[in-house]
Design a protein around this ligand. Structure first.
Ligand code: UDP
Length: 510
């Protein structure tokens, strides 16, 4: 049956980890704004979170909907737990099992779409999604990878893996020189790649890069001006389209202060309290601390970090991820968390200059506030990109995976310094204090701020009409329209060589 939809139908399949769903969903919303019909595939518990992020898109009448697949039973995974951030690190494998089990109901749904009127033209799936794509291939549905890692990290990851598998890692004590398939050789500490080479999820990413020539190309949440050399390198390596379409952020982010607080999850602080506090601080004086959606610091790590923060004397906002062990929270939980993760009397001593958020913070609201002058981050790619897009220099503590590479990129770009590393690292009090002081109060920090402001300007230009990311978004949308027209024409028996001409997606026929 032919697709009677006048719009091309794209199916977005995110991986259930907040660092993956958040950007894919924001991009899906941009595509819907460009005139495409979008179905976002998810499970029941994740759907509630996605709806929060989609509230604005729904109310503005965009053609975007959620497909809720039945949640498969996974032994050991409690009901309602369907995302990486809800489990302890040692149980992340269970979420991966859940994802694997979703393939069958997804294929079942897809077959029904092909029979019916909603024939999708493209499956846009997360880079970590290890499903075979036989069903889309069978029905000639294009597959495009959505990448939540940067081009620099992807290139290094691929080089490290290739070098290791060809026994070509050039080791010298604890240091390794990576040079295979890189535009410029890079020296790393062995710990910076060791864990990655054996991480099944990272292997999935590399596999995706290796098999890219079978797919329809790759979308990367980055922008040309941030990593031009590495984007070009990936294009040369794959011979496929590599669309840089970032930074993928809610449109309000670039039109002044960000407004979307519940991005990913409900936040654990009231906006009124947050803004009262931020507004009372002076410009660029506050350091924001967050380790993303997945990392739990140990008691020792968080106490050591707290000591350095206190010694710096600077105002801070610290979003501390709460272990599922402390859920559901009771009236005593805050006290218990305090005693467990912070030095004795810390909250009392820093009462006038510190704000601790136990749980989820509205990160974009915080980073876009003029009082915030630095971000202590694990350098998850989203956090790094958000910091860059909002002009905030980074103080890094990469923990695992691509975070080591992202931290290196921040330093290379002149907008970051590193104060600690690795999952087992214990931050040194003096190093934390000096790092925070340097970025917030020293001339070197002002230079980093100027660099971050330049990148912010470039990020904004990239997503504005005619900017590189906007042009790539339109190019992707146009490709979807062409696939749609070709498919429709083929079913009608018309020539598949239709010339379909329009300037940008907003002018496409609706
Ligand atoms: N985030 C947030 N509030 C928090 C912690 C994280 O909104 O308290 C968001 C952050 O803005 C980013 C994402 O969650 O968009 C985390 O992604 P990232 O790649 O930085 O780290 P990951 O969680 O994947 O390690």
């Amino acid at each position: 049956m032919i697709n009677n939809f006048v719009k091309p139908h794209v199916v977005a399949v995110p991986f259930p980890a907040l660092g993956h769903t958040i950007p894919l969903l924001d991009f899906a919303i941009s595509l819907a704004s460009s005139g495409l019909a979008i179905t976002c595939v998810t499970t029941a518990a994740n759907a509630l979170r996605l709806k929060l992020q989609m509230a604005h898109a729904f109310s503005s009448g965009l053609d975007i909907r959620l497909l809720v697949l039945p949640t498969p039973l996974v032994e050991g995974l409690p009901e309602g737990v369907e995302s990486f951030d809800q489990v302890l690190p040692e149980h992340c494998g269970l979420i991966y099992d859940l994802v694997v089990k979703l393939e069958q109901p997804f294929n079942h749904w897809l077959e029904a779409q092909v029979e019916g009127m909603n024939h999708p033209v493209c499956i846009m799936h997360d880079v970590l999604l290890g499903w075979t794509m036989e069903v889309p291939q069978k029905h000639n549905i294009t597959r495009v990878v959505f990448n939540t890692y940067g081009a620099f990290a992807l290139t290094l990851l691929r080089s490290a893996w290739l070098s290791a598998s060809h026994n070509a890692l050039e080791k010298e004590g604890d240091s390794i020189l990576l040079s295979l398939d890189l535009p410029t050789p890079l020296r790393l500490h062995k710990h910076e790649i060791d864990t990655m080479l054996f991480d099944p999820l990272m292997l999935e990413v590399i596999g995706r890069l290796q098999s890219l020539n079978q797919g329809g190309g790759m979308l990367i949440n980055t922008y040309e001006q941030l990593e031009p050399e590495y984007l070009q390198h990936l294009r040369n390596l794959t011979g496929k389209k590599v669309w840089s379409i970032g930074p993928v952020l809610p449109s309000t982010c670039f039109g002044g202060a960000a407004k979307d607080s519940n991005r990913g999850k409900m936040v654990d602080i009231s906006e009124v309290k947050l803004f009262q506090w931020l507004d009372s601080q002076s410009s660029c004086s506050v350091v924001y601390i967050s380790f993303g959606s997945q990392i739990f610091l140990t008691e020792e790590q968080s106490k050591a970090l707290a000591s350095g923060l206190e010694a710096s004397g600077q105002p801070f906002i610290w979003a501390i991820k709460v272990s599922p062990k402390f859920e559901p929270r009771t009236s005593d939980t805050a006290d218990l968390l305090d005693r467990t993760y912070l030095p004795e009397g810390f909250q009392e001593r820093t009462r006038n200059r510190g704000l601790v958020i136990w749980g989820w913070a509205p990160q974009l609201l915080i980073l876009s506030h003029p009082s915030v002058g630095a971000f202590v981050s694990h350098c998850g790619w989203n956090s790094m990109l958000e910091s860059v897009a909002l002009g905030v220099p980074l103080i890094t503590w990469p923990i695992y995976a691509d975070q080591h590479f992202n931290s290196k990129l921040a330093i290379k770009l002149g907008i970051g310094i590193q104060i600690c590393q690795h999952r087992d690292g214990i931050p040194d009090k003096e190093r934390v204090k000096d790092g925070v002081t340097l970025v917030l109060s020293k001339e070197e920090g002002k230079e980093m701020k100027r660099g971050a402001e330049k990148l912010k300007k470039m990020a904004r230009e990239a997503v504005e009409f005619g900017g590189s990311s906007n042009v790539n978004l339109q190019d992707f949308a146009r490709e979807m329209y062409q696939l749609h027209m070709t498919k429709t024409a083929a079913v009608r028996g018309e020539s598949s060589k239709l010339t379909y001409c329009w300037i940008n997606a907003s002018e496409a026929p609706l």
